[in-house]
Design a protein around this ligand. Structure first.
Ligand code: ATP
Ligand code: MG
Length: 322
């Protein structure tokens, strides 16, 4: 079975690579509790799909699931959109209105792109996250709302905390359970099956026979960098299905940016004929990255294309204090 779980809510998350399996296991356990959950991961890694799976297999499955895109909230209206307002609270507030938070009462509040929330609002949200307290704009009364929070971001919140653009207290309140969605690069062995699934799905939708990638193309896809992760793979599959329904897809049929990117991703580094000392090269690169990043470890890790954990491991290995 290619699905990750027998649990129907989680069965939409396809894949069998260890990197995603362990994440799904954690999420399934957390779903059954009422703990707030922070989902982190690059764009297109399935954060929203994961949030919905958690909600659907939680005790609040039949209750509202309210999605807020924190990146798209207009600054002047944000507080009333979130917490509601009283009649006459501001010009144009002709009736008392509930906000997203009231709509989510009893259910789940999905705070997407939480890293984009302005600091002023982070303070207001903190109070709500801590004990469910909120106040409508124009009211002095406090309401208690019972909502489970799932937050998601493509940003490195620990980095933001160290740069003081994200509140540390809010970070800890939100990340009672931390779910980190792996990139498609980290689960490249899932690529062939995911592609087959997306090709079949598209063909079914359009009443066609499914297209197929030939062996060489699949190998190329496996080594592609996938900055847009699963969404990017899905788009490619839909693209080739539309142009070449029921046919065998070869390398030349791929969009040019996919065909060429694996090469452009090469480091350009050529091994000297008399070789190098790998350990001292690694030591130098780490120190240079730390210098460029002014000692910020998350930033330095990114400069080297490493996860924070992988970077910390290397710091320890080389006995660098950072
Ligand atoms: N494991 C998976 N199996 C099948 N489809 C997936 C999987 N993960 C993601 N997808 C699909 O990939 C697309 C992107 O997923 P989603 O919107 O959940 O990503 P995201 O992490 O929220 O992205 P963004 O940061 O850009 O908002 C969706 O069409 C989703 O259905
Ligand atoms: Mg999303």
């Amino acid at each position: 079975m290619f699905g990750l779980s027998n649990n129907t809510a989680f069965s939409q998350l396809l894949g069998s690579a260890p990197a995603i399996e362990s994440v799904v296991r954690t999420a399934q356990i957390a779903a059954a509790t009422d703990a707030h959950i922070l989902i982190e991961g690059e764009t297109g890694t399935g954060k929203e799909l994961m949030a919905r799976a958690i909600q659907q297999s939680s005790l609040r499955a039949d209750e509202p699931f309210v999605v807020i895109n924190c990146a798209a909230l207009p600054e002047e209206l944000v507080e009333s959109l979130l917490f509601g307002h009283e009649e006459g609270a501001f010009t144009g507030a002709t009736v008392r209105k509930d906000g997203y938070v009231q709509h989510a009462n009893g259910g789940t509040l999905f705070l997407d792109e939480i890293g984009e929330l302005p600091l002023t609002l982070q303070a207001k949200l903190l109070r709500f996250v801590e004990n469910g307290e909120c106040q409508r704009v124009g009211s002095h009364e406090t309401e208690i709302i019972d909502a489970r929070i799932i937050a998601a971001t493509h940003r490195d919140l620990i980095d933001m905390v160290s740069l003081r653009t994200f509140r540390q207290d809010l970070f800890y309140r939100l990340s009672v359970v931390n779910v980190r969605m792996p990139t498609l690069r980290e689960r490249s062995r899932d690529i062939a099956k995911l592609a087959e699934h997306f090709l079949n799905e598209t063909a079914k939708r359009h009443n066609n026979r499914p297209s197929r990638f030939d062996k060489e193309t699949l190998k190329h896809l496996k080594h592609h960098h996938w900055p847009g992760n699963i969404r990017e793979l899905k788009n490619i599959c839909e693209h080739v299905s539309a142009l070449m329904p029921g046919q065998i897809i070869s390398l030349k049929d791929l969009p040019v940016e996919i065909r060429e990117q694996s090469n452009t991703h090469s480091t350009g580094f050529t091994l000297p004929k008399d070789g190098i000392n790998m350990e001292s090269l690694e030591f130098d690169l780490i120190n240079q990255a730390l210098e460029y990043a002014d000692g910020n470890k998350s930033h330095a890790a990114r400069l080297l294309g490493l996860s924070r954990d992988a970077f910390l491991y290397r710091l320890k290995k080389h006995d660098i204090n950072g």
